[in-house]
Design a protein around this ligand. Structure first.
Ligand code: ATP
Ligand code: MG
Length: 484
């Protein structure tokens, strides 16, 4: 039993909830606008709120944010029409416990959701989430971004929406896709992966859509395509960025209509496959470069999950290492020195590379020692690949205005030292430090100008000849993307 708030301008929705919830002994207050919302939350205390994302006088997302700020323990569910699912996913990122689509066609599911939310279910379901992730080999430590990512993935797994996973090579895109499939209602149906970069265009089409007998030379038998086999399951489109433009058109058609035709066939077939696509290239950029269709991207990234590179979540390194040691079934462990050395490295191959380093060290050290020492790490981890190892402060630029000069000086010294002295280095890392430098410079200028304009963003932006949006972006404020 609980106190429940329902905000929706469609009166029938309110009455529907009132009927459903009061029948279960809950107290329900109805509001029909943003104005009602503010009045009601000042007057009463709620355990759960249902908020429509589109209200005549307010944006449901803003109401949600307000609710979470004022009453963090109040659970919230946003209600949306299909066309606004992206907003619903945003809502989850802003702390909504879930979203539901209108019209409600599965009342039982809705009732289950309400029971779960009112009985503090999410805690136990969080345990389930971590257990499932571990079972499937997706290890998450304390890094906040990874935890948020996992939670979002878990929540949307149960929805019938397409998912796009981006991340550098070896960050775990495929493992995450498996996790989503297994956390979804489709877990007992096939999960089929296809690498769009690895097969030729014609083969890919026949793989995906199937073919009729005699459709092309060699098509001696008819063949079911993945859209048919994984009809109620999940199709993992790996390296989607590498699909040819022609294949992209065909994929778009299936995504738009749910219909496809076998190669050489005439019958229109229906499919209900859920798509999880993955890419190590940034598809928004690929759209700009005209190698990827914007309309296809739009269909795919209803939910976008971006896995951060390992170098941005080094606090999770020890947990990953422990997991790999267990997986390798060895009693060996790594010395503290080793771990800190590993934390210095840039990990261009991410978790996959980490696993390889652990495996190599274990193989070499087995029978020789119990604690793996620096000697067992590959050379690439030991030489000063890093500007940071040349000068420590370079690695972690502070945000202050004053230190830009010192930062520049040290950065330059670091690069020059590598330039003069290293016969081996990690150029990728040097280049990424150039990007870091760019960010640092942008931010420093913004901060300095903000000081001069006493915090007036509009004026600061004007004086820097940038938009306020770019200014926010340079300050790394969430949700600010100058290109959006
Ligand atoms: N969070 C994680 N916990 C445990 N192992 C992980 C994790 N992430 C990745 N791995 C391991 O790293 C390896 C690479 O993962 P995966 O194949 O999913 O990466 P990917 O992002 O698909 O890479 P690519 O872009 O090269 O295809 C696998 O062996 C996987 O088990
Ligand atoms: Mg992969």
């Amino acid at each position: 039993m609980g106190n429940i708030l329902v905000i929706d301008d469609e009166r029938e929705v309110g009455t529907f909830f009132q009927h459903l919830l009061e029948g279960k002994g809950n107290k329900v207050k109805l509001g029909f606008s943003g104005k009602d919302f503010f009045q009601l939350i000042q007057q009463y205390k709620f355990d759960l709120a249902f908020i429509d994302v589109k209200l005549p006088d307010a944006n449901g997302l803003n109401l949600l944010k307000q609710l979470k700020r004022s009453y963090p323990s109040c659970k919230a569910v946003v209600m949306t029409g299909y066309s606004t699912i992206k907003t619903a996913v945003e809502a989850i990122k802003h702390g909504a416990n879930d979203y539901i689509e209108k019209p409600f066609d599965d009342i039982e599911q809705l009732e289950r959701l309400i029971d779960e939310l009112l009985s503090d279910g999410p805690l136990s379901s969080q345990d389930d989430m971590y257990k499932l992730a571990e079972t499937l080999g997706f290890i998450v430590g304390t890094n906040k971004e990874m935890n948020d990512l996992l939670k979002l993935a878990y929540k949307i797994a149960k929805k019938n929406v397409n998912v796009l996973i981006e991340g550098e090579t070896g960050t775990g895109k495929e493992v995450l896709a498996h996790f989503i499939h297994n956390a979804s209602m489709r877990y007992d149906q096939p999960f089929i992966g296809v690498n769009c970069g690895a097969v030729s265009e014609t083969l890919l089409e026949s793989e995906l859509f199937g073919h009729e007998k005699g459709a092309f030379t060699g098509a001696v038998k008819e063949k079911k395509g993945i859209f048919e086999i994984a009809n109620r399951g999940t199709l993992f489109l790996d390296e989607i960025g590498e699909a040819s433009l022609a294949t992209q058109v065909k994929l778009l058609r299936v995504l738009e209509t749910g219909e496809y035709i076998r190669v050489g066939g005439e019958t229109i077939r229906k499919t209900n496959t859920r798509i999880i696509a993955a890419s190590h290239v940034n598809l928004a950029k690929a759209v700009e470069e005209k190698t990827f269709r914007e309309d296809l991207l739009y269909r795919l990234d209803v939910v976008k999950l971006t896995i951060p590179p390992l170098r941005e979540r080094l606090e999770d390194l020890p947990i990953l290492i422990d997991y790999f040691l267990k997986k390798l079934n060895t009693p060996l462990s790594f010395s503290e020195d080793c771990i800190s050395q590993m934390k210095q490295y840039h990990w261009p191959g991410n978790v996959r590379e980490l696993f390889n380093v652990v495996k190599r060290a274990v193989t070499l050290a087995e029978g020789e020692t119990e604690v793996i020492t620096l000697d067992y790490l590959p050379e690439k981890l030991k030489i000063p690949l890093h500007l940071g190892q040349v000068s420590n402060s370079v690695r972690s630029p502070k945000d202050g205005v004053e230190d830009l000069e010192a930062y520049l000086q040290e950065w330059m010294n670091g690069v020059l030292a590598l330039w003069r002295n290293s016969d081996r280095l990690d150029l990728e890392h040097v280049l990424s430090s150039v990007k870091e430098l760019e960010t640092k410079i942008g931010r420093s200028f913004v901060l300095k100008m903000l000081k001069e304009t006493l915090g007036n963003r509009k004026e600061a932006a004007e004086r820097l000849n940038i938009t306020v949006r770019t200014l926010r972006y340079l300050l790394k404020e969430k949700g600010a993307d100058p290109k959006a």
